[in-house]
Ligand binder design. Structure first.
Ligand code: HEM
Length: 146
């Protein structure tokens, strides 16, 4: 369960350095100090907005669901009056952790499926040309004999 200690925005604003970096996203107070170096978007962008409510900035980047699910990991508390929002991806960490990559799925697109039985196929492959040849010679015989 994520931390529910209540902090005010001015308390969050006291943690705005590279060594102690907090901010707020969707009412969650996050301590991202340990995440700074790992952030795929770079640590500078995070330090620049440290100590503030960065919900807008976070959404504007169009972060993936995976990124949204990571928020809970860094949660140290909430703002006063925090309520879990509908559709907040971070509220479903259980669902996120049970999600499994559909391994091998992409490969199946390249597998050519053999549905018909191979015996039936070779029968047709053998007799159809034979039948065509038979018709051809039969027709030739009938037309040249006259
Ligand atoms: C705890 C909060 C945050 C987490 C967990 C997080 C996580 C991530 C992740 C996983 C990515 C890779 C792309 C993706 O999966 O969406 C990313 C990219 C990025 N993030 Fe964050 N981020 C956070 C906060 C922020 C904030 C507050 C800003 C802006 C002020 C920001 C700006 C960016 C940018 C600019 C990129 C690069 C986008 C790109 O190259 O297309 N991030 N972030």
């Amino acid at each position: 369960m994520a931390d529910r200690r209540v902090f005010t925005l001015s308390q969050v604003a006291q943690h705005k350095s590279k060594k102690d970096c907090w901010f707020v996203i969707n009412g969650r107070v996050l301590d991202v100090t340990k995440f700074l170096e790992e952030h795929p978007g770079g640590e500078e962008v995070l330090v620049e907005v440290a100590g503030k409510d960065v919900t807008k900035e976070f959404e504007e980047v169009g972060h993936s669901k995976a990124a949204k699910n990571m928020l809970v990991k860094y949660q140290v508390g909430v703002l006063p009056g925090f309520k879990v929002q509908d559709g907040d991806a971070a509220t479903a960490p259980a669902a996120a952790s049970s999600y499994k990559e559909p391994k091998g799925k992409e490969m199946s697109a390249f597998v050519i499926k053999e549905n018909g039985s191979p015996q039936f196929k070779s029968f047709i492959e053998f007799f159809v040309p034979l039948l065509v040849a038979g018709f051809f010679f039969g027709y030739r015989y009938l037309t040249t004999a006259a």
